[in-house]
Write a protein that binds this ligand. Structure first.
Ligand code: C2O
Length: 576
């Protein structure tokens, strides 16, 4: 009897051993764990004729590009040697069951204090394409950002011919002032913060700016070749048009989801969004400007109206001597307020294939998104009320201006049952219905501050109508949801009308994104399945608006069993 058990046991052990050997030798590259160290520190960088100390990761600006395959895991140890609180957000990564690694400060973790560290551990599950990472604390992401490129699983390929070269193109904003001081000052005065001094491509403004011709980003290409440009808008506060002189762009993906390819001469990328485009060197060998300039939908609001450039350079021997000396050709870019170009671009996006759009809607939500003005509080001086007519700028969703907690993160409070950190009464509809895009009565301009979340049952199918308002200034708002990708099933102008507009829903091949540009004085409808438990912030990706409270958070409950529940918090999770 005992002998039989023993031999059974050894057979079992043998099988386990064989499985182990087969797994580790036959699939050597099945899924990797990538370890990185991110040291956040002040670094002197010279741009626009002056040198400043900016906050960087590992002294690099932009920060390091992370390259992984779908299925891989990342372990990024962030060491904060800067004088500021820091967190890092992996923008667009779903973070299934690992909300502790998402990064927004006071939402999923307390910030990493100066001198502290935290290791973000997460796995890429079923995503491929271009994403990025950035600081998610105050305005630190002005200089703390980088690309996160996800290649298909080992052995899989792109749904388009493999490009010869692949180049991340990070669009950013450069500030002569310290961006943290800029937002602190604006928070003190209640007014509009100063705008940036330049836009950048891979950290360089380009030669249309003073003292900037040395170091202009050069993207090499050879005649006849096709390259993949992974365009990321990392700018703090500005939607950007992007174009390459005399070259067509074939759009193949956005926010790490593939699209039906289409050709265009200009794309519009909102902060937070990414767009993958193919470009073929089919023009006479020369140097061509790659350029980005603002799409500014808010009327009368201050903005940085400059243009950043890089150079697409046909490689030697095709482009040597004369060709390399000639001034590059400049693309035609749309006017700053060209909403029709922005709209026709966003309406051209279709998922590559038919997609499973949720149709049994359990949660039908309607959220207004827009600005507001607070009356000057009685104990404030006029220097603290420098918004329009002695007010202070604010912003809200459904009339709630989002306030971050300071003693616990919302996720920690939820997980440990800590009371009085947040409430679960974020409204499913605006408290008052009004003509959102019309002439809004002043009595509706002042929202109520609160740390309110909206609870979602695990697995519920959610539709949100995001309705822009005309309070103070109507504007295109790039609304980003953490922890999810969603389908954008329709967008339009004016007030959303369920009777009329439901007929426009694309339930077949709508694009899947993590950030939707809600049209100026218009609306967008998104759908997703709440299959990722945790606390997920949804906010405008114009940092000035998130600073004013244009945010809310979803609390998605655990489902049944371990695989539908969040993992326990890591032992090094920073506490407040
Ligand atoms: Cu790219 Cu909450 O951010």
């Amino acid at each position: 009897m005992e002998g039989l058990e023993k031999s059974k046991m050894s057979v079992l052990l043998g099988i386990v051993f064989l499985l182990f050997v087969a797994h580790s030798s036959a699939f050597p590259a099945y899924s990797k764990v990538h370890n990185h160290n991110f040291v956040v520190e002040a670094t002197p960088v010279k741009r626009l004729c002056k040198s400043h100390n900016i906050i960087t990761v590992n002294g690099q600006y932009p920060g390091p590009t992370l390259e992984v395959n779908d299925g891989d895991s990342l372990e990024v140890n962030v060491v904060n040697k800067s004088p500021y609180n820091v967190t890092i957000h992996w923008h667009g990564i779903r973070q299934m069951r690992t909300p502790w690694a998402d990064g927004p400060e006071f939402v999923t973790q307390c910030p990493i204090r100066p001198g502290g560290s935290y290791t973000y551990r997460f796995t890429i599950q079923g995503q491929e394409g271009t994403l990025w990472w950035h600081a998610h604390s105050s305005w630190l992401r002005a200089s703390v950002y980088g690309a996160l490129v996800i290649y298909p699983k080992q052995g899989s390929s792109y749904p388009f011919p493999k490009p010869k070269r692949e180049v991340p193109i990070l669009l950013g904003e450069w500030w002569n002032a310290n961006p943290i001081d800029v937002i602190r000052e604006a928070t003190r005065t209640g007014g509009s913060p100063n705008v940036s001094d330049a836009y950048t491509i891979n950290g360089q403004p380009g030669d249309l700016y003073n003292c900037s011709s040395n170091g202009t980003t050069v993207i090499p290409i050879d005649s006849g070749e096709t390259s993949l440009l992974r365009v990321i808008n990392a700018a703090l506060n500005q939607e950007l048009f992007f174009s390459v002189a005399q070259h067509k762009l074939t759009v193949v993906g956005a926010d790490a989801s593939y699209l039906k390819p289409f050709s265009t001469s200009v794309i519009m990328v909102g902060p937070g969004q990414t767009t993958d485009v193919l470009i073929t060197a089919d023009q006479p060998p020369a140097r061509y400007y790659i350029a980005a300039k603002p799409y500014q939908s808010a009327q009368g609001a201050p903005f940085d109206n400059t243009t950043t450039t890089a150079i697409l350079e046909y490689g030697s021997p095709s482009c040597s001597g004369q060709c390399a000396l000639k001034k590059p050709v400049m693309p035609n870019l749309p006017a700053f307020n060209d909403t029709s170009t922005a709209t026709s671009f966003s309406q051209s996006l279709r998922s590559l294939r038919k997609v499973p759009v949720p149709i049994g809607i359990d949660e039908n939500l309607f959220f207004t998104v827009g600005l507001g003005l607070n009356k000057c509080p009685p104990n404030f001086s006029s220097s603290q009320c420098q918004g329009p007519n002695g007010t202070r700028f604010t912003a809200s969703m459904n009339n709630v201006s989002f306030v971050l907690p300071s003693n616990f993160s919302i996720l920690q409070a939820h997980h440990q049952g800590i009371p009085n950190v947040f409430t679960t009464d974020f409204p499913a509809n605006p408290p008052v219905k009004f003509d959102y895009t019309g002439n809004v009565s002043r009595s509706l301009w002042q929202p109520i501050p609160g740390t309110r979340v909206y609870k979602l049952r695990y697995g519920s199918e959610v539709q949100i109508v995001l309705q822009g308002t005309n309070i103070q200034t109507a504007e295109n708002h790039p609304i980003h949801l953490h922890g999810y990708d969603f389908y954008i099933i329709a967008e339009g102008f004016g007030n959303f009308d369920p009777k009329k507009d439901s007929s426009k829903f694309n339930l077949v091949d709508p694009p899947m994104r993590n950030t939707v540009g809600v049209p100026v004085n218009g609306w967008a409808v998104i759908r997703f399945v709440a299959d990722n438990p945790g606390v997920w912030i949804m906010h405008c990706h114009l940092d000035v608006h998130i600073s004013w409270g244009l945010a809310m958070a979803f609390l998605v409950e655990n489902g049944v069993g371990e695989l539908q529940s969040i993992e326990p918090p890591p032992s090094d999770l920073p506490l407040c």
